[in-house]
Design a protein around this ligand. Structure first.
Ligand SMILES: O=C(O)CCC(=O)C(=O)O
Length: 196
């Protein structure tokens, strides 16, 4: 196969709507963000009666897997304001981040195959501390079509369209502690009443 054809195949395999920006933040900002995440009251991810090994903190909104409902969470803290603005600028006009999820993956921890809840629209993910294999799959005939993004520390990925709606994503067990900040927009203004 010619080099050009091989390149075309690679480009075609990438889920539509997936964008990747290396070095989205500097090493100094990365250190600051990791420091701030470490001071959060991170809790093991609750999935109904199951508990995930990754530890998380949600801001703006959180999805309650017990009640299968979106709930209001603590407001997005001031230390995230600057990075939220950078992500909104990267996302282009009209991008408004309404939910932020901070996650800590210890060594050997990953995240299983899933699509983000339909309450959220576009997804942006900042990787901090260590690289990961950010895997995608979608059904194709009797098997799966697959794609892996090497998400380097300090990089940002964006999922919209098919990469977010049709493809599932997962991260296999990481080999070094990894932190991520997931930024989500919403296509509507949820009416959840006053904060609990
Ligand atoms: O850590 C990441 O970059 C992905 C997180 C994720 O997929 C999720 O929390 O739904």
């Amino acid at each position: 196969m010619s080099e050009q054809l091989a390149l075309f195949d690679k480009v075609r395999a990438e889920p539509e709507g997936l964008r990747y920006a290396a070095d989205f933040v500097s090493p100094a900002i990365e250190r600051e963000l990791i420091q701030c995440i470490r001071t959060l009251p991170l809790q093991p991810f609750q999935f109904g009666q199951f508990e995930g090994k990754r530890r998380v903190a949600s801001f703006g909104f959180r999805y309650d897997y017990d009640q299968r409902q979106l709930k209001r969470a603590e407001p997005i803290p001031a230390w995230l304001a600057e990075i939220v603005t950078s992500v909104e600028t990267f996302g282009g006009p009209g991008t408004r981040i309404q939910q932020v999820l901070c996650t800590e993956y210890g060594i050997g921890v990953g995240i299983g195959w899933h699509r983000d809840k339909p309450h959220f629209d576009r997804i942006f993910g900042l990787s901090l501390g260590a690289a990961c294999k950010f895997r995608f799959r979608r059904p194709a005939r009797k098997s799966w079509e697959r794609f892996t993004l090497d998400a380097e520390p300090r990089s940002l990925y964006t999922m919209s369209g098919p990469s977010r709606l049709t493809w599932e994503h997962s991260i296999p067990a990481v080999e070094a502690p990894r932190y991520s900040i997931t930024f989500r927009t919403m296509g509507y203004e949820p009416d959840l009443g006053a904060p609990a």
